[in-house]
Design a protein around this ligand. Structure first.
Ligand code: PEP
Ligand code: MN
Length: 451
């Protein structure tokens, strides 16, 4: 049997016949059904045209003509977001340093659900369900029962976030033109501060020069590359009921063929805990047209990786799949070379992105989750070197970050210490790079690729 999109035995609901990990059990199934019916009748959040545009851009990333920057919260909450500015500033630094266009994908407008290592946790001596994300249950320990209504909340919060992003991008993001105003007082070491200042001065000069020659024309801001930017949205495709409801058929104008698009985001990825070849998540992902990511951790066997790619991308389309590697600074040398090798043997051309966050999570002295800036840099630099040594290329990066001045990761040019963590520790899930640490990261990567 062949479905409308030409993929055998696939439909937006075919995942339901497969074993599923990280499933949410709702008590009131009737309520869930009503919610899903409602979601499937609401307007799409993004368009197939935008999705195709990103697919094209990622094919350029896979062939080294552009660089991928993906970042945002571990778990977004249903509230205001502040990551936009830092993502744009990071991409400006990267574009300038590596002289290569940057494709930006935010973990935003839908990044609510979280896979958890344990379904329950102990709170004040009692076992309660774990927090699964704002679209499932509440962070408050008294509100942990999964509520289907939260899925509708997720849709509307995604829509509101997208609306805000689209409106501020279309009205121009002037900050990008004034890197000289970026505050450097967080940089504690005077050596690093001088280095930073040098880069900011050169960046300012480059932008002034573009203005002088009219390449950054204020007359027609909408056509200026620095005033209009593409920013695509992404989240982990974890709650398949939700993803299914927002999956719609769309007739391809060239081939006339009907294809299925997940219109809740431009890009979705499969988490490291849900990427089983015979599992429900891989089944769902193999049928959608969106570009997709797969998290690749130390437990991925090379042969398994090859089979997985054959399942989700049988036609070996360049850049359709982004492999987001997250082994950990001490494990990357053990696994990445064999993964690169199997890819070469397989003929798949992917985007290789490095997520130096998820393999480097530690407990702080006070017992909260943290990550050391040095381990993040170590995994990143080892990844770049291993790719080079194996005639491959790190095409992009994937970070958990925020534009706020939080204190969740240790180190960076602010030299945050373990004892500083309690002062502004805000995350509801994993520790994120703060504003300054994110810019540090961009400057460091730009230096690696500086031409
Ligand atoms: C994440 O990206 O927040 C996450 C849970 O990652 P991973 O699936 O790689 O553990
Ligand atoms: Mn995370």
């Amino acid at each position: 049997m062949t479905s409308e999109n030409g993929i055998s035995d696939w439909s937006p609901s075919s995942w339901q016949k497969k074993p599923i990990k990280q499933d949410v059990i709702y008590e009131d199934q009737e309520h869930l059904k009503q919610v899903l019916t409602k979601l499937s009748s609401l307007p799409p959040l993004v368009s197939p045209t935008e999705i195709k545009k990103l697919r094209h851009q990622l094919s350029l990333v896979a062939t080294r003509k552009a660089f991928l920057l993906q970042g945002g919260d571990c778990a977004e909450l249903f509230e205001y977001c502040s990551k936009l500015k830092v993502l744009l500033q990071m991409s400006l630094v990267l574009t300038w340093g590596a002289r290569i266009p940057v494709v930006r994908i935010a973990r935003m407008a839908g990044q609510y659900a979280k896979p958890r290592s344990k379904p329950t946790e102990i709170y004040e001596g009692k076992e309660i369900p774990s927090f699964r994300g704002d679209n499932v249950n509440g962070f408050d320990p008294s509100d942990r029962k999964p509520d289907p209504e939260r899925l509708v909340g997720a849709y509307f919060h995604s829509a509101a976030t997208l609306n805000y992003v689209r409106s501020i991008l279309s009205s121009g993001f002037a900050d990008l033109h004034r890197p000289s105003e970026w505050s450097l007082h967080h940089v504690r070491s005077s050596g690093i501060r001088q280095e930073y200042q040098k880069i900011v001065d050169r960046l300012t000069d480059a932008l002034d020069f573009m203005k002088t020659i009219g390449a950054d024309s204020p007359v027609s801001p909408s056509s200026s590359i620095l005033n209009t930017v593409d920013l695509f949205m992404s989240h982990e495709g974890l709650l398949l009921e939700y993803e299914q409801s927002l999956t719609h058929p769309f007739k391809d104008s060239e081939s006339g063929q009907e294809k299925w698009y997940n219109l809740s985001a431009h890009f979705l990825w499969i988490g490291d805990r849900t990427r089983q070849i015979d599992g429900a998540h891989v089944e769902y992902f193999r049928g959608i047209e969106n570009p997709i990511g797969i998290k690749v951790g130390p437990s991925m066997k090379p042969q398994e990786l090859r089979e997985l790619l054959d399942v989700v991308n049988p036609n070996k389309e360049v850049g359709k799949v982004t492999l987001i590697t997250r082994y950990g600074a001490t494990e990357v040398d053990k696994h990445l070379p064999s993964h690169i090798q199997i890819l070469k043997d397989s003929g798949h051309v992917v985007v290789w992105a490095c997520d130096p966050m998820h393999g480097n999570t530690k407990q702080s002295l006070s017992g909260v989750k943290t990550r050391h800036f040095d381990s993040i840099i170590e995994e990143l630099s080892k990844t770049i070197k291993i790719h080079k040594a194996n005639d491959s290329h790190m095409n992009g990066v994937h970070f958990e970050l925020t534009g706020d001045r939080v204190t969740e990761c240790i180190g960076g040019s602010m030299q945050l210490l373990d004892s500083d963590l309690p002062s502004n520790y805000k995350t509801y899930c994993d520790p994120r790079l703060n504003y300054e640490q994110s810019l540090d990261m961009a400057f460091l990567i730009a230096k690696y690729y500086e031409k």
